[in-house]
Design a binder for this molecule. Sequence first.
Ligand SMILES: [Zn+2]
Length: 227
Amino acid sequence: MAGLVEQLLSLALAGTMMISTGLDTAAPHNDIEGVLFLQNRQWRAGSAYIPELRRANMTGKVREMRDDAATALEEMAADCKAETGEIIVSVSGYRSYQTQATIYQRKVQKVGSKARADKYVARPGASEHQLGLAMDLGWDDYQGCSDKFPRSKAGKWVTENCWRYGFILRYQAGWEDVTGYQKEEWHFRYVGKEHAKAIYENEMPLETYLILLRQEVLMDIVLGVIE
Ligand SMILES: [Zn+2]
């Protein structure tokens, strides 16, 4: 029995390497209908995945998101306007596999190689915009993706308050090695209020949070085995 416990503990501590083992089929990051599904350069939903979507009721361009995320975004946009007098604008929500493939191909042509394109754009299937849980935001004066977002009145408010609505600022400076992406101060990911609060308070990337959650799941298994 001790051998099994040790084995499970070492699995738990092994980190991302083990994130998609058989033990994890029911884990939150593998639940594609859940709010914690992990989609990044390593873990992908696959080209066939299309979530159920609706158009968020707000100003902006690509407004399609999953219903729970769209509802939270509408609430956040309304409160932002009430508090700051400025509006946030949707720039890009749902992005299909096919659209990702087109964007990637364009970038490769522009910068000359896949290696260079990889620094800026996700390979097809690696963008979490495919989940319908991510939204790029602009504001009154700039309806595109900009580093200036957090310095606008609306952007500052959203950056500070998004967790209250279930969103996290997904790609931050210093996290590049974990997330695989440069900081994107306009990209918000919906994970639900409970997880967003925990992630915000602990100031950690989603990947790290999922490892911690997974360790909790494994510990429950270990404790169940001991009992
Ligand atoms: Zn984005």
